[in-house]
Design a protein around this ligand. Structure first.
Ligand code: FE2
Length: 320
């Protein structure tokens, strides 16, 4: 397996983690890795992973309709049939942590991050979770932010990734804390004028993009079946920021405080991180945590391959 990162397309190594950085990778041309991401190989991979590792979602057509982002399940479809449904329907499928589950994929992910650590001075991620995203032509992911640091490695199809500054008003403190506290999913409030401050990256197969930690972003697929790997990782710096936001979230909810993350300096962030440790160790919750529900079963005979339930069913009651 040769070098995984080929070159940066819009910046330099020193920009990694500081700006939206677009690059080229060798995952598709490397003889040890290319075959792992063919559509047939992914269909086989779906058949090997546990159903609880598979997130299946659909979405609306508007620019920002987070309420239309709802989950379902694949019923009795094989991996091949599910891939066909994604090609024909309006679906977003996440093979959650698949890059950490199967030996061949684990090797590839280790190589990806070993190479990045060689390239980038001081880059020492200590947990890396990689998932494989397979999504329909013209599917979209609404404006949101992820809790970890992210690199999106594109494999097939075309998509536009729009990235926004990781500070207020683009990143709303209270909503983002809600994500960290598992109260809500990752969508954030969005205004059209935010686009004036966005970086737009048009990803083609063999390219990747990274952005500063917790930068809000959204994704719009082209008219093609899309496959990407998303790797989410933690560094000491991102763990401290995460812990400080957790502490802020608890203070806001339990003690009616109104902390602002953007106004916190490094020492304040470290103190808040330290304060969050006992709360997280005790798994203190706010009482508002969300329950995941299935709204449909994937069905190639239905419009957009979605057979809707009359009432959403909690995932814990899912019967296949
Ligand atoms: Fe994301």
């Amino acid at each position: 397996m040769g070098a995984i990162v080929d070159k940066w397309l819009n910046g330099e190594t020193e920009d990694f983690g500081k700006k939206v950085l677009h690059g080229a990778h060798n995952l598709l041309t490397d003889s040890d890795t290319g075959h792992l991401f063919s559509h047939d190989a992914l269909a086989e991979l779906i058949d090997t992973i546990d159903d609880s590792q598979l997130d299946i979602v659909t979405m609306g057509y508007g620019k920002h309709e987070p309420n239309s982002w709802v989950g379902g399940h694949r019923g009795k479809l094989s991996g091949k049939e599910l891939m066909d449904a994604v090609r024909e329907g309006r679906l977003w499928v996440n093979l959650r942590h698949a890059m950490n589950t199967e030996d061949e994929y684990i090797k590839v992910q280790n190589k990806m991050f070993d190479h990045l650590s060689e390239m980038i001075p001081g880059f020492k991620p200590y947990s890396v979770y990689g998932s494989i995203l397979i999504s329909s032509p013209n599917a979209k992911v609404y404006y949101h932010a992820d809790p970890g640091e992210v690199i999106l490695w594109h494999i097939s199809g075309e998509k536009r990734v729009s990235c926004y500054p990781n500070k207020a008003p683009f990143l709303d403190d209270e909503t983002y804390e809600g994500l960290i506290l598992s109260e809500n999913s990752e969508e954030l409030p969005y205004e059209e004028w935010f686009d004036d401050h966005a970086a737009f990256i048009d990803l083609k197969p063999g390219e990747f993009v990274s952005w500063p930690h917790s930068s809000p972003h959204k994704v719009d697929n082209g008219n093609s079946l899309n496959v990407s790997i998303t790797t989410e990782f933690t560094t000491l710096a991102s763990q401290m920021r995460h812990g400080a936001r957790y502490a802020n979230g608890m203070l806001r909810r339990r003690f009616n405080a109104n902390p602002s993350f953007d106004k916190m300096g490094t020492v304040h962030t470290m103190a808040k991180f330290a304060a969050s440790l006992p709360m997280r160790a005790m798994k203190v919750k706010t009482g508002n945590e969300q329950v995941h529900k299935d709204h449909f079963v994937v069905d190639r005979g239905s419009e957009n391959c979605l057979n809707w339930f009359e009432e959403p069913i909690p995932r814990s009651e899912r019967v296949l």
